[in-house]
Write a protein that binds this ligand. Sequence first.
Ligand code: FAD
Length: 279
Amino acid sequence: MAILNPKITHTAIDGGVFQQEVQDRNVMGVPTVFLNGEHFSQGRMSLGEIIAMLDTSASDKQVAKLNARAAYDVLIIGSGPAGAAAAVYSARKGIRTGLMGERFGGQVLDTVDIENYISVPKTEGAKLATALKSHVDDYDVDVIDLQTASKLIPAKAPGELHQIETASGATLKARSIIFATGARWRNMNVPGEDQYRTRGVTYCPHCDGPLFKGKHVAVIGGGNSGVEAAIDLAGVVKHVTLLEFTPELKADSVLQAKVRSLPNVDIILNAQTTEVKGD
Ligand SMILES: Cc1cc2nc3c(=O)[nH]c(=O)nc-3n(C[C@H](O)[C@H](O)[C@H](O)COP(=O)(O)OP(=O)(O)OC[C@H]3O[C@@H](n4cnc5c(N)ncnc54)[C@H](O)[C@@H]3O)c2cc1C
């Protein structure tokens, strides 16, 4: 926005280089955005999300636009890789296709290296999400971003339309609906977890890891995501304790071998997390 609009100025601070700024502003998650000196937002946001926060009437305008949409032949809910694939396949059949989601790209936005996408030896999550968007844009797909489906009202009789209500208050209609809502991170549901979210409890190791440089961190979960997080963090922080509540790690063996070889990672199995405490 600052590049395009001379009335907006922007200063980006790399917390890994300017650690004092991180401490003074009590930043424990990135990016943390301050607007005119006041805390504005924290965590990855798209341009659309920023504009929606700034333009308070944007939501009403968007609801009116969505309500005016003609019914879809197929409406896909969730715009991760599965939703994008469903949209491409549907549009190729020449039927009216809508793709609605909270954030285009889904979980791949939360990872850096992707090395198991056959024919592409190495890519990055953000690059894959951009490629998915570009592929979907090659077709006649109505992409509706930054919207959460909150209710399904099924058709009352064969031949009638299903309806999807959005959290913003709009209603979309479709002959058929595909749910491609993927997965979300699982919470521990222990005391202190909500209290310390973004203030020590975080969900994006490669985003927030540098803020814990030189510190001791715990990673909860010994599946692929947890073990990958432990491996990535071990290169940044002083020490990682990987906690898994079952008697064994569930991650792929290649990842298990790697994490076990790291000198600054301890693995605790049969671990029960009961509380998050902070000082
Ligand atoms: C840290 C991490 C690393 C990973 N690394 C790899 C890897 O290296 N290789 C690999 O193959 N896989 C990897 N994965 C897994 C991969 O990202 C997922 O398997 C894949 O993204 C699943 O795609 P999906 O479209 O089914 O769901 P998701 O990617 O989960 O997308 C679902 C979308 O639906 C949206 N949504 C959910 N509910 C609603 C609603 N009510 N209304 C509107 N939208 C909604 C979500 O916000 C999301 O955008 C990784 C995942 C993570 C978290």
